[in-house]
Design a protein around this ligand. Structure first.
Ligand code: MSP
Length: 570
């Protein structure tokens, strides 16, 4: 799907694979967006990136609902997986692969992993008795079951007592190793609050984990049979985790292991931070570097639930996108989402507020203003180059601008103020570079917003429109005007790089207007970049900087202003 910048350290980012039974909703889109923004940031930083998402298909509820519809489980899974693919294409996710656990490559790989664990004695047969949550297909500990009144903590449906002969993974064997990995940060569990939770829960000790269930008469032929025991099927959770290995199990992709970051929500952190690293260790494979569990999206202040019927589904996101653009939806998710430990709200009023502030009145308006001035004063052509310090060489452009303001009778400004746009763009690039280690994908968007604010501030201060009126009476007036507008356009070119991971299409449009085809392949908005961010973001004098004599196209506003008085899109 995506071409990559060649070279660079491998970066492997994953999302949970989603139950194919559900309709795609904001929660699935959010986790996948977070991974997409991380993947796009990684590509921008010049990392050789692999981004995986997909669907988890072997749950009992899939075969049950297929039967209710008179379909085979595979046919039902095919239909629903297609909905996820469509939703993710619509959201402009740039995954390199979409894995489905019903694919042969997965069944083969997952079976081989289970077989190895059996052979080594890491999986063994035993009796299991406990509280089972049929709606989630998982066993709960006595403590958790009691805490939730013996109801499913997720769906509220009653738990069942179940006893069965099961195969168990010897998670208990790996407790000391795992504790050390998590405490030392060799496996970083993020955000920090989640790490403490996991370590806290580990204090109760780690038990063996059931990894199979006995096939009942009438069960559909759906799932992976326990190697060497046709009466058992591999428990869907254990099998699903293996997807992260399946997808890179080819000679060309092997370099992506270990995973750089697994993203998910807090509901499934235990599987990813505890069971999965231990399984990998038992298999002689390196554990993931980061396990990042964000919180939940709620809808207009209320938890989303099937009973309230208030899930923000993909159709609603489509309606928002129809009015405000897909990039606007992505922007809200990326900047207002529950990336930390607390839940976040999808609220229409807030959506319009953020959209207007950051996009329509932010980068959109700055782009229009600068393009309009270049069109008006220089017939749409960049006149001069400027190093971002407004000299030629020593601050003369700013001095000319201040002289024009004074001549126009404007109140005096603080003449000592300096703008170092080149320093600001460098700082923004450093901030964006931290995203991959911290998982804080909103650092790149925040860097972009800060930069646009500085550009706006600079325009207000340097007032090129005033300078244009008085240029002929001011020493170096015309040249100063050219340098100032060049600086604005160049700073916006760099700011666009930080908006790109969240707003890839609108930024590709900006690059087209700015004649930046050299940043990437203009015919492929998802193509890799021609150089790492540090080079792309060099101000004024870099290989990728805007060039004097180059055309800047005005075009329609990138983001039309949103009217908060309109009803929410539906
Ligand atoms: N199939 C398992 C995951 C296996 S991974 C090896 C599963 N699937 S799921 O369809 O239930 O998806 C759960 C995930 O969806 C959460 O961890 C999160 O990534 C996302 N979200 C579902 N609801 C969400 C919100 N309300 N808010 C944010 N994300 C949530 O569990």
């Amino acid at each position: 799907m995506t071409a990559h910048t060649p070279g660079g350290d491998p970066f492997y980012v994953t999302t949970p694979i989603y139950y194919v039974n559900d309709r795609p909703h904001i929660g699935h889109c959010y986790s996948t967006l977070v991974a997409d923004v991380a993947a796009r940031t990684a590509r921008l930083l010049g990392r050789d990136t692999f981004f995986l998402t997909g669907t988890d298909e072997h749950a009992e509820k899939v075969s049950r609902s297929a039967a209710e519809r008179g379909l085979s489980p595979q046919a039902w899974a095919d239909q629903n997986a297609a909905r996820f693919r469509e939703a993710f294409d619509f959201m402009r996710f740039s995954h390199d692969d979409f894995i489905r656990t019903s694919e042969d490559r997965h069944k083969t790989r997952a079976s081989a992993m289970i077989q190895q664990l059996l052979d080594q004695g890491d999986i063994e047969l035993g009796d299991y008795h406990g509280w089972y949550d049929p709606s989630q297909e998982e066993y709960l500990t006595e403590t958790t079951a009691k805490e939730h009144g013996y109801k499913s903590p997720v769906t509220g449906k009653p738990l069942e007592q179940r006893t069965e002969q099961n195969y168990f993974f010897r998670l208990d064997k790996y407790e000391p190793w795992l504790r050390e990995e998590i405490e030392s940060g060799a496996v970083r569990v993020l955000p920090e609050a989640r790490k403490n939770e996991v370590l806290g829960r580990m204090k109760d000790g780690l038990n063996k984990v059931p990894v199979s269930r006995r096939i009942k008469p009438g069960d559909a032929d759906w799932g992976i049979t326990m190697p060497g025991d046709p009466e058992h099927r591999v428990y869907v959770w254990i099998e699903a985790l293996c997807n992260y290995v399946t997808a890179i199990d080819t000679p060309e992709r092997a370099k992506y292991w270990p995973a750089s970051v697994h993203f998910m929500a807090k509901d499934i952190l235990w599987f990813h931070a505890v069971i999965w690293p231990a399984m990998l260790h038992a298999l002689g494979k390196e554990p993931p570097k980061v396990v990042y569990a964000h919180a939940y999206f709620i809808a207009e202040g209320r938890k989303m639930s099937k009973s309230l019927g208030n899930f923000i589904e993909i159709d609603q996101l489509r309606a928002y996108a129809a009015r405000y653009s897909v990039d606007a939806v992505r922007w809200y998710l990326a900047t207002q989402g529950p990336l930390g430990a607390t839940d976040a709200d999808w609220a229409y009023g807030r959506f319009v507020e953020v959209y207007n502030a950051d996009l329509a009145n932010g980068i959109g308006n700055a782009t229009s203003r600068v393009a309009q001035m270049i069109e008006k004063y220089f017939e749409g052509v960049l006149a001069d180059r400027c190093d971002g310090r407004f000299g030629f060489p020593d601050g003369k452009a700013l001095q000319a601008a201040l002289a024009a303001r004074e001549r126009a009778g404007n109140p005096p400004t603080d003449g000592a103020r300096t703008f170092e746009l080149a320093a600001s763009t460098d700082a923004a690039a450093r901030r964006a570079a931290g995203v991959l280690a911290s998982g804080q994908i909103d650092e790149s968007t925040a860097a972009g917003v800060t930069l646009v604010r500085e550009i706006d501030d600079f325009i207000t201060y340097a007032a090129p429109f005033t300078l244009a009126k008085h240029a002929e009476h001011i020493e170096h007036g015309q040249r100063a005007l050219g340098a100032i507008l060049y600086s604005c356009a160049e700073a916006l070119r760099i700011a666009s790089l930080f908006f790109y991971p969240a707003c890839p299409d609108k930024m590709a449009e900006l690059w087209r207007r700015w004649g930046c085809d050299h940043l990437h392949d203009p015919n492929d908005a998802d193509s890799g970049f021609k150089a790492p961010l540090a080079e792309l973001a060099e101000f004024g004098t870099g290989k990728f900087s805007l060039k004097p004599g180059q055309k800047i196209e005005k075009g329609d506003p990138l983001f039309m202003r949103g009217d908060p008085k309109l009803d929410a899109p539906a």
